[in-house]
Design a protein around this ligand. Structure first.
Ligand code: DTR
Ligand code: CA
Ligand code: ZN
Ligand code: ZN
Length: 434
């Protein structure tokens, strides 16, 4: 029974709804298929190491923060990337009273809201040229970047590469980068891959045990070439991935070992000797002679596998995945809120920026109603807030930016009737991934 005299509906809410669509959300193009992953020629990676060795030799024997050899290393890498079409930026910072440099290189194209980044620190310690630590990681991602350009790879996601300064002084460069990255930009980083020491002379094959998708991507590669891997146990906090992990960005990476001694079980697994993985760690003998070519080749190819695999498809859930609850739920007149739940399963990653929310509520005065979408973690997205006056029924598809929410879990439609004399029920609640 409608009351004749009623206050007009409250002003509309500043809902997170981007726009209420009358029809279904149009299907987006299927994500591009993964391109074939090219082999990374280890000879090319080794040539970069030879060049970095020459830079160290010409600049006092090292490529350390604040020394001429470091800036020369940055200029060397930047020139190669500029020549093949990357958009490069040199980011300056100050540490210990001296200027440091990060090099960021973006490959034009791909979804700017979904960025995959590979990074390595380019600085050495002052005691040597730092060819394994960390010319190896720097040279491998450089060659991966050059291969992207050479093959004209156009991934679904946006590709970014980073070479960090002053890692040896405490992850200084990567911390500076992350600290100066706006929150909105951090949210776009769907994965950071770190490569610090990947050519150790007495190598182990370690995979960081951080983001499970990234970890599995590396493990799949190595099992595909018949090389057993182990979880990197001492990695936490020990290299630049920590800067990204500390702000909630998914991370992963590879490592072949430093001063720790290879166990006899690991010798059985990987060959080599029960001595340090890298006996020249942070020493003057960390030269081009301090590299195991097989390890460098395998890890360079693993890097390419991960970059192509993680960037070649969208993290958006499969097109047209629908989750619906059609059970009727009575809405008490001027009473407590009630809910209808859908359990989303089998969807990797986060929900999309355009999550389609189908709402069908039978009611004789929709101005009484407050309708919210509640995400699995409890986040509330208001869909309807007492608008519509005496109109009957809500039968609408809303589009919600739920990209900050993990897709899998129990999503709820919450409805409350906040005025007397009219009532109704939830007829159906549907989530459709674009
Ligand atoms: N801190 C790195 C070397 C290093 C030592 N343990 C790990 C574990 C994972 C990655 C790197 C490292 C350096 O000296 O640059
Ligand atoms: Ca190769
Ligand atoms: Zn080091
Ligand atoms: Zn290092």
């Amino acid at each position: 029974m409608k009351l004749s005299a009623r206050l007009s509906a409250l002003a509309g809410s500043s809902a997170l709804v981007i726009g209420a669509l009358a029809g279904a959300v149009p299907a987006t193009a299927a994500p591009a298929g993964a391109a074939a992953v090219p082999d990374i020629p280890v000879a090319s990676v080794k040539q970069h190491l030879t060049d970095l060795q020459s830079i160290a030799t010409a600049n006092g024997g090292n490529r350390a923060h604040g020394r001429a050899g470091y800036k020369a290393s940055i200029d060397f890498v930047k020139a190669k990337l500029d020549a093949v079409g990357f958009t490069t930026t040199v980011q300056q910072f100050t540490y210990n009273g001296t200027t440091g440099y990060n090099l960021i290189a973006d490959w034009p194209g791909g979804d700017a809201n979904q960025v995959i980044m590979a990074g390595s620190h380019l600085d050495s310690v002052t005691s040597g040229p730092g060819i394994n630590d960390n010319g190896s990681g720097s040279a491998a991602i450089l060659e991966a970047a050059l291969t992207v350009a050479r093959t004209g790879y156009q991934p679904s996601k946006h590709l970014r590469f980073g070479w960090w300064g002053a890692e040896e002084l405490g992850l200084v460069g990567s911390k500076h980068y992350v600290n100066n990255l706006p929150t909105t930009e951090r949210a776009k980083l769907k994965g950071y891959l770190n490569f610090d020491m990947i050519g150790s002379p007495n190598p182990g094959y370690f995979v960081y045990d951080d983001d499970p998708t990234i970890e599995q991507t590396f493990k799949t590669y190595f099992s595909g070439i018949g090389v057993p891997t182990e979880i990197e146990t001492e990695g936490d906090g020990r290299s630049d991935h920590a800067s990204f992990k500390n702000v909630g960005i998914p991370v992963g990476g590879l490592f072949t070992g430093a001063s720790r001694v290879k166990t006899s079980a690991q010798v059985t697994k990987w060959g080599g000797t029960a001595t340090a993985f890298d006996r020249c760690y942070h020493s003057s003998c960390d030269t081009t002679a301090n590299i195991n070519d097989t390890a460098l080749d395998r890890n360079s190819d693993a890097i390419a596998h991960a970059i192509w695999t993680l960037s070649g498809t969208s993290t958006q859930p499969p097109t047209g995945k629908v989750f619906e609850n059609t059970a009727d739920v009575s809405v008490p007149d001027n009473g407590a809120a009630v809910t209808s739940t859908v359990d989303v399963t089998g969807v990797t990653g986060n929900a999309p920026a355009s999550l389609s929310v189908g709402v069908n509520i039978v009611h004789t005065y929709i101005g009484d109603l407050v309708v919210d979408l509640v995400a699995p973690d409890g986040s509330v997205y208001n869909l309807h807030n007492r608008s519509g006056g005496s109109a009957d029924n809500i039968n609408q598809t809303y589009t919600v930016n739920a990209s900050g929410e993990v897709a899998n879990g129990a999503w709820k439609l919450r409805v409350q009737d906040k005025a007397g004399a009219d009532t109704g029920y939830i007829n159906s609640f549907k989530l459709t991934f674009p």
